[in-house]
Design a binder for this molecule. Structure first.
Ligand code: SIN
Length: 307
């Protein structure tokens, strides 16, 4: 049984991807995660210029692996990204996906242009962070026209590097947004970003605990939301999907692939279990495939859509 795969021409040892913002702080962190068994690693979301993010507390553990976070997309700017990507390339031959943040359409476009020069294997356009609404308003992924416009501008600046657009589950019809970004030139969809936003109140102080007051939910509790989003998107588009949301076992990975994901992003499970979780998930996927006489992992993609 072989878990290796090819995604938009990118060769990977397996279908597992480190989701953006998790351990992706330095090139050596990212390389270590790849050594520990993920097929590709995603950087934290890159800004053109320094972006501070939110004050602490930024992450709360809700139990059973579930998290609420409002980190606020902190990043040092394009020079920091250059150092991160160059040091990763010296340490690892694994594929590297570069996530991009921004506040205005023109800023996204300029950042994509600058990041494309650093030659990541894929560019992930993060237009769906729910934690910067006070600064920048609703994420572009919540508006069909803005999502399409951001995609079009980014695609024109990616050159030959494939473009994946990260969508928000916090919309009435995610499939409609996916269709619009596909028509605007996206090569892949990443679904989903965190759910919410939600709020946790300290009842002794009667105040929200997160410094940003609200944050996005992730972990096993959101997996059914991610599976449903991927299922709906798979029916609506032809481009491949990177399914993300509450994946922590081989069975979870198979489930989201059956919904339609080609690759599987892992985030919160790494916060709790460390990067060893990738080897564990890959081993469990392999065992499940052997048990079900599946020779190639691609046979699993979209199986839930058989009538
Ligand atoms: C954050 O930095 O607040 C989370 C990133 C995201 O949700 O895209």
């Amino acid at each position: 049984m072989n878990l290796s795969t090819k995604f938009l021409g990118i060769k990977m040892v397996n279908s597992l991807v480190l989701a953006s913002g998790i351990l992706g702080v330095t090139g050596s962190n990212l390389a270590a995660v790849c050594r520990d068994g993920c097929g590709a690693a995603t950087t934290k979301s890159i800004w053109l210029k320094f972006h501070a993010g939110h004050a602490n507390p930024t992450v709360l553990h809700l139990g059973n692996g579930n998290l609420i976070n409002a980190v606020g997309l902190p990043h040092g700017g394009i020079e920091e990204a250059r150092v991160e990507i160059e040091s990763f390339r010296k340490l690892s031959k694994s594929p590297l996906f570069a996530s991009i943040a921004g506040s205005r359409l023109e800023e996204y476009a300029a950042t994509v242009e600058a990041v494309a020069k650093l030659k990541p294997d894929l560019i992930e356009l993060n237009i769906s962070c729910p934690n910067v609404e006070d600064e920048f308003g609703k994420p572009f992924a919540c508006d069909v026209n803005l999502a399409a416009e951001a995609t079009k501008l980014a695609k024109a600046r990616c050159g030959k590097i494939p473009l994946a657009v990260k969508l928000s589950p916090n919309v009435a019809n995610i499939a409609q947004i996916a269709k619009a970004v596909e028509a605007a030139g996206a090569d892949a969809i990443v679904a989903i970003n965190t759910v919410g936003p939600g709020m946790v109140i300290d009842i002794e102080t009667a105040q929200p605990i997160l410094a940003n007051r609200v944050g996005g939910l992730s972990g096993p509790a959101v997996k059914p939301v991610a599976v449903k989003a991927v299922y709906d998107i798979y029916k609506a588009v032809k481009i491949p999907i990177i399914g993300v949301g509450g994946i922590s076992s081989g069975r979870d990975a198979i489930e989201i692939m059956q919904a339609g994901a080609t690759l599987v992003g892992v985030g919160s499970a790494v916060v709790d279990g460390g990067s060893e979780v990738f080897a564990k998930i890959a081993k469990e996927m392999e065992a499940w495939c052997k048990q079900h006489k599946i020779k190639n992992i691609s046979e699993v993609i979209g199986l839930a859509h058989r009538s």
